[in-house]
Design a protein around this ligand. Structure first.
Ligand SMILES: NC(=O)c1ccc[n+]([C@@H]2O[C@H](COP(=O)([O-])OP(=O)(O)OC[C@H]3O[C@@H](n4cnc5c(N)ncnc54)[C@H](OP(=O)(O)O)[C@@H]3O)[C@@H](O)[C@H]2O)c1
Length: 297
């Protein structure tokens, strides 16, 4: 598996990232042994980077993952934890949150990291992302929080998620960010119009969440016109949906890192097999054309 270095980071992350949002109560509901099997299988496949957020599973999935790690005796240098904070989500575990909102104070960010470390049972997070931009956020304060967490050794690398280029620059001017994790897929293509070149010029590697459009590509009940057009193209090349969608991201020279959402390891293995193949620029534009529904000008 190809490795990615973000900016000046000393850490090697796997280019494919295992997204853990659906491993716990928000999806597969794996028990501790299920988490352990998935973690081991990912590592065997060379997928060493795991994506979390404090809110996943209603603030329960990081604890499930941490409980699994406790019984595994892994070398800490053999895997990387990417996680996020900044969203406050009402749920059984958080009785103080009565409305979904964002919080970006230094005190809150630092406390989130303390809680995440306890839940994961670790001393350090490899990469912390501020989950979503808030209209109320003060980028100076986020930078202060990141500086303090870096100094304390509790977090190695820092980035953001769902930020626009202007928001990214506002914070990056104060504290060097290593990535922006964005929704990018054959069904969500905004990134490819302008933003891609903004990040490319800064040598910022981008992570793509919901690279298979969160499963919409496979949902037969929806009869989505774009999906139907893509299916016809797949027949021409004998691709399956996930192969086409992953090749669409993998082909780009800016080296997008997909954050895969499945908890099904056979599907992850199949994705890896697909990535041994390469598509041409013309094939990429065939996918683009079918996704847009019209030819480029
Ligand atoms: N930064 C953010 O704001 C943000 C937001 C959302 C998510 N994320 C991260 O991104 C990760 C991925 O998100 P996602 O789960 O929406 O990603 P995704 O990979 O686009 O979608 C995963 C969904 O597709 C289904 N699927 C995958 N392959 C399939 C196949 N061959 N046939 C049928 N169904 C298939 C999966 O079902 P099975 O599980 O049954 O395979 C699962 O329900 C999350 O785990 C999380 O780490 C980040």
């Amino acid at each position: 598996m190809e490795k990615i270095n973000y900016g000046t980071s000393q850490t090697n992350y796997s280019r494919l990232i295992a997204g853990c949002m659906r491993w716990g109560t928000w999806g597969a509901n794996l028990d501790t042994s299920g988490f352990q099997k998935n973690i081991s299988r990912c590592l065997e496949l060379g997928i060493t980077s795991f994506d979390h957020a404090d809110i996943y599973g209603g603030y329960s999935t990081e604890k499930d993952f941490g409980d699994a790690l406790k019984g595994m005796n892994l070398n800490r240098d053999d895997f990387q934890i990417i996680t996020k904070c900044g969203i406050q989500m009402p749920c059984d575990n958080k009785s103080d949150f009565y409305i979904k909102c964002y919080e970006a104070t230094k005190e809150y960010i630092v406390q989130c990291v303390e809680d995440i470390l306890v839940n994961l049972g670790l001393e350090k997070i490899d990469m912390l992302l501020f989950h979503r931009p808030s209209p109320l956020m003060n980028v100076h304060e986020i930078a202060e929080a990141f500086t303090s967490l870096k100094r304390s050794g509790k977090v190695d690398d820092f980035g953001v998620s769902n930020f626009t280029p202007i928001q990214f620059d506002a914070l990056n001017n104060l504290f060097p960010l290593c990535t922006n994790q964005l929704e990018i897929s054959v069904m969500h293509r905004d990134f490819f119009f302008d933003d891609v070149h903004f990040y490319q010029s800064k040598n910022i590697a981008i992570q793509a969440w919901s690279p298979l459009a969160g499963g919409i590509l496979f949902d037969e009940s929806q009869k989505n016109e774009t999906v139907e057009r893509l299916k016809n193209l797949n027949k021409k090349y004998n691709w399956d949906m996930s192969e086409m969608a992953m090749q669409f991201l993998w082909h780009h020279s800016c080296k997008i890192s997909p954050v895969l959402g499945t908890a099904n390891m056979d599907r992850i293995k199949q994705t890896l097999n697909h990535l041994n193949n390469r598509i041409t620029n013309q094939q990429w534009f065939e996918i683009w054309t079918e996704a847009q529904g019209f030819e480029v000008p």
